[in-house]
Design a protein around this ligand. Structure first.
Ligand code: 13P
Length: 248
């Protein structure tokens, strides 16, 4: 049985006092769900959050270096993340692909660095509005996945979580319909079946991200290939994030 996951990507939001308050509030909220709950705060807060007693929240970094260690000013390595107890790391978020010009090859190297250091990559993929309109989105998603993940062995790919985040739905209030999400998630799983096996594909969690909120989470999560969500804006408020967690 693959994991159900709700992950909150805080992006570059929250000054220290707000971040602490949100963390405390989430950490003391009792959810009855068997869903794995993850937060990805700015890296500045990871160490402190990791040192607190997390009842049911796992930590993710939003980014890491593709290098092991050394003279890379401003970077954080996968082994550093592991050493403070960070379990997951986002890779290839569309904002980093766009603003930091991260390429499929670089993301492949980040995935490798993370797996080598026992940190689980949450690999993000998704098309922009032009590709959605032109109908070329299948090729875009397939290319992103093939170029950055398909060098992995069967046992390695099982360690990866995939997040489908259509760029046109991120922060826009426009969510992919439940049908659109299921269609792409099923497509991604079919790629995994083809490359690996049905059994392997069945073990990989595929999350949806893009204007997912309490009011639409249930409908999205009902789909057989949608195993949870990667939440942006709605993860910045404890009540709305908790309501999404309870949507399964
Ligand atoms: P929003 O939920 O704000 O659309 O952001 C989604 C996202 O980018 C999560 O990584």
């Amino acid at each position: 049985m693959r994991k159900r996951i709700v992950a909150g990507n805080w992006k570059m939001n929250m000054n220290n006092s707000d971040a602490q308050a949100l963390f405390e509030s989430l950490n003391t909220t009792k959810t009855v769900s068997s869903t794995e709950i993850i937060i990805a705060p700015p890296s500045l807060y990871l160490s402190e959050f990791a040192s607190k007693k997390c009842k049911q929240i796992y930590l993710a970094a939003q980014n890491c270096s593709d290098n092991e260690n050394g003279a890379y000013t401003g970077e954080i390595s996968a082994s550093m993340l592991y050493s403070i107890g960070v379990k997951y790391c986002l890779v290839g978020h569309s904002e980093r692909r766009q603003y930091q010009k991260e390429s499929d090859l670089l993301l492949k190297q980040k995935v490798n660095a993370l797996l080598k250091n026992k940190v689980i990559p949450i690999f993000c993929c998704g098309e922009n509005l032009d590709k959605r309109k032109s109908g070329d989105f299948y090729q875009v998603i397939q290319g992103q996945i093939e170029n950055s993940l398909f060098h992995l062995t069967d046992s390695q790919i099982k360690e990866v979580v995939i997040a489908y985040e259509p760029i046109w739905a991120i922060g826009t209030g426009v969510t992919a319909s439940s049908g659109q999400a299921q269609e792409i998630h099923a497509f991604i799983r079919s790629l995994l079946v083809e490359k690996y096996s049905l059994q392997t594909a069945d073990e990989i969690s595929i999350l949806y991200g893009g204007s997912c909120k309490a009011s639409n989470a249930k409908e999205l999560f009902m789909n057989r290939d949608v195993d949870g969500g990667l939440i942006g804006g709605a993860a910045l408020d404890a009540d709305s994030f908790s309501a999404i967690i309870e949507s399964f």
